[in-house]
Design a protein around this ligand. Sequence first.
Ligand code: PHE
Length: 446
Amino acid sequence: MSQEQWNSKVGFIFAAAGSAIGLGAIWKFPYVAGTGGGGAFFLVFLLFTLLLGAPLLLGEFVIGRKSQSDAVTAYQKLAPNSYWGIVGKLGVVTCFILLSFYSVVGGWIILYLFEAIRGGLNGLSPEQFGSLFGEMISNPLPTLLAQFLFIVMTILVVAKGVQQGIEKASKIMMPALFILFLLLVFRSISLEGASEGITFFLYPDFTKLTSEIILLALGQAFFTLSLGVSAMVTYASYLPKTHNLPKSVFSIIFMNIFIVLLAGLAIFPGVFSFGMEPDAGPVLIFSVLPAVFSQMQFGMVFFIAFLLLFLFAALTSAFSMVEIIVAAMTRKDQSKRKKVTWTVGILIFIVGIPSCLSYGVLSDVLVFNVTIFDLFDFAVSNVFIPLGALLISIFIPLKLSKRELMEEIALGSQKRKIFFSVWYYLLKYFTPAAIVLVFMDVLGVL
Ligand code: PHE
């Protein structure tokens, strides 16, 4: 069967941006920044995004489009008779574990949505949202059901083939998410005492910067761009040769940074204005955002709209995780697609059960001193993803010649040659060196 393709240029950009923008930017970034000291974390995150993330994103696009293959085959095709296929396999395994806890948070959004629609959030004070949410996610049955529902929604779309479903929906939902976020930011920064939150988020206090925080920022930069797991390789494999890859990279990086900025500006002023703690962890946005919304006219209506869009953003990221796994397992044999997708989804749900219960009955079960949820999150975000990114940045200059790369990026003019050189050297030297240094620093080798 011939390779399916995206229907339009915009379709691809929205789908790739949909993969990138998800829980990483909206849920994870604020709470990690909150624990990591705010402004300094944000600045390091920005630097990693621009200097490491952007080049790597273009690199993954090149691998995907050139090979026109799934994550595992892509590396085997470009480096025959080698072990490089392992990079794709690492990505597949990482996405599997990633979705097992990602779906837990997806489930939280669904639960909150039900609660908000039911009217259960009406008339609460800012302090009460946090305790209500804490109670809600400690209840095993509803949380497991909601997690299951999130996975089923993902499977239903991916089983059909990603290209059909998400292109159209993304074109409407993503701009709507931006608009709602803007509204939220306006409300948040006009709260009393908001300036303290803005300072916390934007003023870099370098005394707070530790090795761990630098690692968290590195992991976060790759995580929000869906890098290191060959998700972007897989999506770019559905692109026609005529598509301009660097342009897509610019749009995706821009949207990503913009939404992270909006998320920070929506949340931190609220945190300080309501006297909450920025280091509340994974529950942070679920306590703060409804409190900010509740300060608006028709706040709960907006909050419901926000949750819907937030759920959509999480789903479009989840699609890409399942798509990598399914594409690698079916190798374009579309007849197996449905069966494989459902099997993968159910297995992911089973593996995700302990993470889901980490906020309830298993909250006392600690491995390496953290809950199972946090352990999975840490392993994926700060070990597997940076490791995958490191391997991909080594793979590209090693296995593809400059001429091949230039051809794929379709560069002709002089100005573009400079762009190419900057990209090439950032990817070849800077990216692997930076990742290794951050790892060594954390391990105490430096
Ligand atoms: N980028 C996604 C997010 O921010 C997470 C993701 C990582 C998706 C890796 C696919 C692959 O939510």
